[in-house]
Write a protein that binds this ligand. Structure first.
Ligand code: BGC
Length: 740
């Protein structure tokens, strides 16, 4: 055999060259896992809420918590006995207090484990659980800016302000398709168009995961809630969804696919069921689709209580142990348990009984440790010298204010009533005139803040902001004073919409129409004979069928956040030229709520309905007025026919024909004239926001890539790229081309 040695060496070398290269991370994580006990591994898959590790007296009065004190005995139990790898959440407390919380957890954890804790938090519109974190508008507004810079800033400022406090995992962005307009989480979505959601989602993720911003720390984003959460059939939170596979793939899935391709590190799952299967128990969704097909390599976290929900909400499991079995076998990596160690105990039993393999556990633990490694937690588990001065800087505030400014959508402006001259006598009324809560909505300082005292004292209400812009010519009236005070005013502004903040189930309603009292207030205002401007401050489109035609002007302000009232006042006074466009179609009445990208058969020539019935929206997706005017001209393409591997470049010239500088979002739509699977009437495929001086023109372009812009999936995910006629529309321009 002595002559065999050179051969063995060659073989070893050959094998070594053909082994997939192990990265430093792989070696590090493998080594760790090989030294972990089963209980330690399961602990990494477990996430516990902060209420479990703080002093009892604080928990007892949790609605009023302003400062956390850790109960170290409780914490030691979770860390020593259950080796918990993640904690979550809280309410807004000071930066110093947050730093104390996360450092205490990490340092006590070091007694028991070499693996640092990952702390997750709902900083969903800026650092919203931090006092005084910078609060941005909610996503529904950010989307209406049609400028991804604002989505980037929303995530980026949240990470900038909170990474030093030990918040290395932000539960954002929401990537749900905003189609159920009565849903209590509508405002958390980026509206109803998959492409807009993708672009805004990608920018938010880039903002959160921008290591340069948080260096030397790093933060992970969390795309949520995978998949289909945003379309509960009844409109109530977490109610069952019925979504055909083809629809799921064509409209709900792309924002998640894009987020994965862009490297989002974690994904939170949908608490609900789709087509009879709870997502948390679906191998098809969590493994076949998410892992095998979409190639997601980060880790998934359940939503709140959702393994337990398989037993207690969906009734697919007889008990929590079976629920745990189902969820883990389906592909869940981490359980947001979140208020007991039950998951740790049951999962351990399942492995010890041989029902779940340790290899399956290792798979999830590896994904979790990989993320912990990637965000540098092993290098810097505890933040020394935290930069508290990063919180609420003037620069951050300006970014939030700009996002609010550009999110205002002017829906109606009869006879150019707006902007108002600063000397006009403005009378303000309405339930949102002096309401801070209504401007910010849920997930602001608290889950669903109901008390003004949680908000900064110097936060302007609409009343404050109008008073400061219009000075002596401004007045306020309550309902009883309205008629009398109106006599001495030029215009009435009504601050209407939703008057309280809500989140999740608390946002459940049984009628989308605006409160009767508000319609009555509007009628009383109209009866004065003065022009009436309606402000819609709300997280979803409350229907205003008895207001829309009579109002002289309507401004959709959505949930613009802490600085939103100033944006509103500046728009009314003309200091800001509104540039927002609807990120969803605002429904007219209950009867026919459809998105802008409806199918042809909604309004078929063969079954003609009256124009009155056709009126389903008061402001379609992409609609928004300005104080200047824009003219679109000269739409052309560099070809009239292209092959499937060719590109087509279209261009259009946009001119500011008014007398004010303005920002115009140029929205490019494509319509596919015929399809094997029925096609939407049009679909957004590209957008760009440009600024134009009066008289200035700019030519903008759109590159059509057939595989991306003209194809669509069937229910199995097979892409169809069908030859035929297509239309490109932008502004009032339209051209056709053929795909060969
Ligand atoms: C929500 C999530 C949130 C989580 C943690 C859940 O109830 O659905 O969006 O991130 O709680 O607070």
């Amino acid at each position: 055999m002595k002559n065999a040695l050179p051969f063995v060496i060659i073989l070893l070398l050959f094998n070594a060259c053909n082994q997939p290269q192990q990265s430093e991370r792989d070696v590090f994580v493998s080594e760790l896992i090989s030294n972990m006990t089963l209980a330690e591994k399961i602990g990494q898959m477990s996430q516990i809420n902060i209420t479990e590790i703080i002093q009892d007296s604080i928990v007892e009065d949790y609605a009023n918590v302003t400062h956390y004190v850790i109960d170290t005995a409780k914490l030691e139990k979770y860390l020593g006995e259950f080796h918990i790898g993640s904690f979550l959440n809280g309410r807004s407390v000071s930066a110093e207090n947050w730093h104390y919380v996360t450092s205490t957890i990490q340092s006590i954890n070091q007694k028991y484990s070499d693996v640092p804790i990952i702390y997750g938090i709902d900083h969903v519109h800026g650092a919203s659980y931090l006092k005084p974190g910078t609060i941005f508008p909610h996503n529904i507004n950010v989307a209406s800016t049609f400028d991804t810079r604002h989505a980037f800033n929303t995530g980026n400022v949240a990470a900038y302000e909170s990474a030093d406090l030990g918040h290395k995992w932000i539960f954002a962005p929401v990537l749900g398709l905003g189609v159920a307009k009565w849903w209590g989480r509508y405002y958390e979505t980026f509206g109803e168009d998959p492409y807009l959601i993708s672009q805004m989602g990608l920018a938010t993720i880039a903002g959160i995961q921008d290591d340069a911003t948080t260096a030397p720390h790093k933060t992970a984003a969390c795309a949520k809630h995978f998949l289909g959460y945003s379309d509960p059939k009844s409109g109530w939170d977490r109610a069952p969804a019925l979504i055909p596979d083809q629809t799921l793939r064509e409209f709900f899935l792309p924002p998640f696919r894009d987020a994965i391709d862009a490297g989002v590190k974690t994904i939170m799952l949908n608490s609900g069921e789709i087509n009879g299967i709870p997502v948390h128990a679906s191998y098809e969704i969590l493994t076949t689709l998410l892992r095998d097909e979409m190639g997601f390599e980060g880790f998934t976290v359940t939503d709140w209580l959702d393994i337990i929900a398989l037993e207690k909400m969906h009734y697919v499991a007889e008990n929590e142990k079976e629920a745990t079995y189902m969820a883990i076998q389906a592909g869940v990596d981490m359980s947001m348990i979140p208020t007991s160690p039950s998951f740790c105990i049951l999962l351990k039993e399942l492995v010890e009984e041989g029902r779940i393999s340790e290899a399956r556990i290792d798979e999830s633990v590896r994904r979790i440790l990989n993320v912990k490694y990637d965000i540098g937690l092993f290098d810097i588990p505890i933040v020394e010298n935290p930069r508290f001065e990063r919180v609420g800087t003037e620069e951050n505030i300006q970014k939030a204010k700009q996002a609010a400014d550009e999110s205002m959508v002017l829906i109606k402006n009869n006879n150019n009533l707006l902007p108002l001259s600063k000397s006009s006598k403005v009378l303000l009324a309405g339930p949102n005139a002096k309401n801070k809560i209504a401007l910010c909505g849920g997930w602001t300082y608290r889950f669903a803040p109901q008390k003004e005292r949680w908000f900064p004292e110097d936060m302007p209400t609409v009343h404050d902001a109008l008073e400061s812009v219009f000075g002596d010519s401004y007045a306020f009236a309550n309902y009883d004073q309205l008629a009398v005070r109106a006599r001495n005013s030029d215009v009435i502004v009504l601050a209407l919409g939703e008057t309280r903040a809500y989140a999740e189930t608390q946002g459940t309603i049984d009628d989308l129409t605006i409160d009767k009292e508000q319609t009555e207030l509007f009628k009383a205002a109209k009866a004065t004979g003065k022009p009436v401007v309606v402000l819609l401050i709300e997280g979803r489109p409350r229907l205003i069928p008895d207001i829309v035609d009579e109002a002289d002007a309507i401004l959709f302000a959505g949930l613009p956040g802490i600085y939103g009232a100033e944006s509103i006042a500046e728009v009314l006074a003309g200091d800001i030229n509104p540039s927002g466009k609807m990120s969803f179609s605002y429904p007219y009445k209950h009867g026919h709520i459809i998105p802008y990208n409806y199918k042809q058969a909604e309004f078929s020539e063969l079954r003609e309905v009256s124009d009155a019935l056709k009126r389903h929206t008061i402001a379609p997706f992409g609609y928004g007025l300005s104080y200047t005017t824009y003219e679109y001209s000269d739409l052309k393409a560099d070809a009239t026919e292209i092959g499937v591997t060719q590109k087509l470049i279209a261009s259009v010239t946009v001119k500011n024909t008014g007398d004010r500088v303005g920002k115009e979002s140029v929205l490019w739509f494509i319509s596919d004239e015929y399809g094997t699977i029925t096609r939407p009437v049009k679909e957004l495929r590209h957008f760009e926001k440009i600024e134009l001086e009066p008289g200035q023109s700019k030519t903008v372009t759109f590159e059509v890539i057939p595989a991306e812009d003209l194809s669509y999936p069937d229910k199995h995910g097979k892409e169809y790229l069908e030859p035929g006629d297509f239309r490109i529309s932008v502004g009032d321009q339209e051209i056709k081309f053929k795909l060969n």
